[in-house]
Design a protein around this ligand. Structure first.
Ligand code: NAD
Ligand code: G3P
Length: 330
């Protein structure tokens, strides 16, 4: 069975490699020819996963038509803010009723669309079947075959079964649920909390502060989710609490690294200028903050991260304001 993975950054490559290692026919679409060449000739993606050998059977190609032709299933690993345009430009290449597995985590700026909504809108008429794969999963650990568990959410039980079986290995365990909105929002909001946690650590605050941010971040994520129709229990799972803990504490998180640098005194522009990977939490902070304001949902940590990133607020002052808000019940 042919599976096409679109986006040859860290995560698309890692997921394609899981499939290739299992003997599945995984075709990775790369925007840049030098990445396709690195994968095909050296079984490596030195730009995004330096020092990590990939399966010799993994194939990459820059021709999207060739990658998509005859695919049984398509995995999307393109950054969230670029996904709509990408799908719009290439929609003619997508087969009707194709199974889509979105692996990107974020909310679209300006429209507040989750990636499921983006896929539905941009591929309307083609009736794609949609699933989202999310959870605590650093790409480099997945490529190194370290144990990882993720959530796959899908309203279509047949597609859920197929994708769960396709991706599951001894070191990559896939759990299934059908709360697509909950899984998507968990994956998006945890990136904002990872920036918050990085800022706190960068300021020199301790483990108490980080634990508070994780716990109150979970509450914030659940509040937003409830307003958007997600199930509260979903946020206690891998795509909520699991990913929140990983990215708020794990230094492999790019979002946490953005926060750390800002807490230590760099500006957002300086941090982003020095990164070649996407930190989805930056734009998702703008999107979720605006969504919260519009819908009247109380999102205090998101609001303070937004103020630090985009309103020039001093990070220490942001922490002080969070600590001195009106007292309330937990
Ligand atoms: N890296 C991880 O550990 C990890 C794990 C889980 C989920 N994710 C999610 O996966 C998504 C992709 O992240 P990543 O880590 O692979 O990012 P990355 O920065 O490593 O790579 C991004 C990839 O997207 C491509 N790209 C950028 N703009 C594009 C466009 N306009 N059209 C087509 N392709 C474009 C780049 O060429 C690159 O191949 C993000 O939403 C991220 O949150 C990442
Ligand atoms: O590096 P980050 O912060 O984008 O996090 C990567 C994954 O989302 C972790 O599950």
């Amino acid at each position: 069975m042919k599976i096409s993975i679109l986006g040859a950054g860290s995560w698309g490559t890692a997921l394609a490699n899981v499939l290739a290692c299992k003997g599945e026919e995984a075709w990775l679409w790369a925007r840049r020819p030098e990445i396709a060449e690195d994968v095909n000739e050296r079984s490596a993606n030195s730009r995004y996963l330096p020092g990590l050998p990939l399966s010799p059977s993994l194939r990459a190609d820059t021709d999207l038509g060739r990658v998509l032709a005859g695919a049984a299933c398509v995995v999307l690993a393109v950054p969230c803010q670029n996904l709509a345009l990408f799908l719009r430009e290439h929609r003619d290449l997508f087969p009707a009723r194709i199974g889509i597995v979105c692996a990107s985590k974020g909310v679209e700026l300006g429209t507040f669309r989750t990636m499921g909504q983006v896929v539905r809108d941009e591929l309307s008429g083609l009736e794609p079947r949609y699933a989202v794969l999310s959870g605590p999963s650093f790409a480099s650990e997945v490529v190194a075959n370290m144990p990882t568990a993720v959530a796959l959410s899908c309203a279509d039980a047949a597609l859920a079964d197929l994708v769960q079986g396709l991706f599951s290995t001894e070191s990559f365990r896939v759990y299934v649920n059908n709360d697509v909105t909950g899984v998507e929002l968990g994956g998006a909001v945890k990136n904002i909390m990872a920036i918050a946690s990085g800022i706190s650590d960068g300021l020199g605050f301790g483990e108490n502060a980080r634990a508070a941010l994780i716990t109150r971040g979970l509450s914030e994520m659940s509040r937003l989710g409830a307003a958007m129709g997600a199930r509260p229990a979903t946020f206690m799972g891998l795509s909520g609490m699991g990913d929140l803990v990983l990215t708020c504490t794990g230094d492999l998180s790019r979002n946490r690294q953005v926060g750390l640098a800002i807490g230590r005194g760099q500006t957002l522009e300086e941090v982003l200028a020095g990164m070649h990977n996407v930190a989805e939490g930056v734009k998702t902070t703008q999107a979720v903050h605006a969504l919260g304001v519009r819908q009247g949902i109380d999102l205090p940590i998101t609001g303070q991260v937004h103020a630090v990133l985009f309103e020039n607020k001093n990070p220490a002052e942001a922490v002080r304001e969070l600590m001195t808000r009106p007292l309330r019940e937990e």
